[in-house]
Design a protein around this ligand. Sequence first.
Ligand code: S3P
Length: 175
Amino acid sequence: MRNIILVGFMGSGKTTIAFELSHRLNMRYVSTDDLIEKREICTINEIFTKKGEDYFRNVETLSVRDACSMENVIIDLGGGAVIRDENWESIRASGLSICLTADEDTIMERTKKYKHRPLLNVEDPKQKIRSLMAKRAPFYAKADHCVDTGKLTIKQAVEKIVGIVENVPKKARTE
Ligand code: S3P
């Protein structure tokens, strides 16, 4: 098992936790959203506006494949990447997947001050969060492990994940 892939809904803590975890485990931090923006030389908001979500998902799949083929990385996976089976093939071949979760209110609180997520720039973001979370639940459930970040500090969440990683048999970690 080479890599650790953090999956989960927008605002579940993937970016901050992946970044801290990368320092803690001396691994590299990689974000599929960053790879997408580099590949397209524009922001995710611009991609959604100019080319639409389907186009975004296609570029995302290429970026997930690229990130998953790297070595010794913590991958901060865009929240919607889980909906494609093809991405799960990349994730499973790459390493250990951990889904970060938080309840609807926590997600709302954490995301409301930002404007870089096109799917939440809508009239009723709470309703959008609720419906998307319900729709995606079966896809997030595919992860190897799940950590609820709702009541944890970043440090606590990181240590919880380190505990999970350390419990994976060594053979599986290096395969
Ligand atoms: C998305 C999540 C975002 C980003 C894009 C779409 C989603 O990433 O990929 O705005 O569909 O859930 P984060 O989960 O890092 O916010």
